[in-house]
Write a protein that binds this ligand. Sequence first.
Ligand SMILES: [Fe+2]
Ligand SMILES: [Fe+2]
Length: 405
Amino acid sequence: MNELFSMDRKDYNPDGPVFRRPSARGIIEKDGKFLVMHSRKYGYYKFPGGGLEAGESPTDALIREVAEETGYIVIPESIEEYGSVFRRERDTDNPDGIFEQVNYYYFCKVSDESVERTPEDYEIEEDFVAEWAPFLTILAHENRRNLNRGGERGIIEREMRVMDMVDEVARERRFAADEEAAIRALGDADYAGMLAYVKSILETAQTEGEGGVGVHKTEFGYSRFEHTKRVVGWAKRLYDSTPDKTGLRYEDLMIATVFHDVGRAESAKTGLMSHAAAGVPITREYLLVHGFSAERADYISGLVGAHSDKWLMRDPSVDRNLLMLMEADLLDDMGLLGIVMDTLIVRARKENATFYDCYNHFSRYTYPMQHENPMVTPEGRAFWEEKTAAVDRFMELFKRDITMG
Ligand SMILES: [Fe+2]
Ligand SMILES: [Fe+2]
């Protein structure tokens, strides 16, 4: 296993006997949160895991220790090597001796069910609890603050350094997994092929300028493909939260969502028609070539062709799949994502932009746009209101941050 770093305290008699105790730890992420052990007595955090027993492999120790400490069951097939840390210091149990430890770190997943925890004595003494934490950098910071409060300093420092490293690695892994998540959200058909096709079109071509009042996404690196994946996420969220599914066709909705902006490149190049209209023949041809019936290809490409006509949302007889696509599309750029997007736009327009410039832009565009809720369905309205509430609170606190008022 690849060594991440090593720690040698050189506080021991170099001729002393060496005691070795390798151990294994799990980096377990679920729904954007990490499973960690928190010592409430000393205020530090560590990844669950522990020492190998005689004859035990690192991965067997990992599975056993995670169950004992957290009550969660590691899925063996999910175990992936991350890296190791070597630690050498004076043996606390034998002051003349040397303690040497290799810690093996693994990425892994746990199943939903849990068993009863069986903590060891020192874990009870340090008041350890298992917690799901969203930000490893915050935990690393806590370890740094509590380095000398109690507990084993070497462990606290090692975990702090690994947490700082994992935070970035985990983020990269999450973005890579994002495309797979989009494919899973879609269902069983050959969506991987569809996504790859749409990606190849959107990522190679210059897309046209667009946006609401004062907002031009081409002023910064707005990725049409990333938008497409996010809209797939919103369509799935809307579909899942809608109790009455009459008239909804999940597969057709998802395919239309994947293709909805595929015409951007073509319309930017020719300038002859809207991106929605330009997307119709592209979508239709792809579906026909891939064995869809003409009727279905017409229906799905029809959704693509109509998705820009947002006034149709007010029509009570509007097709429910079209309505859901339009709501998903609109939900994407709003809320805190909208705030970040507008920050990027402000920065693109003015190199030395200040917080005041951002605040002015938010007040003029982001904030008022957020307050016109165009959603029609109760589910869409609820998501929009959640986003509005976040923006309201952000604006309130941001204003206080930057003004004397
Ligand atoms: Fe669009
Ligand atoms: Fe879109």
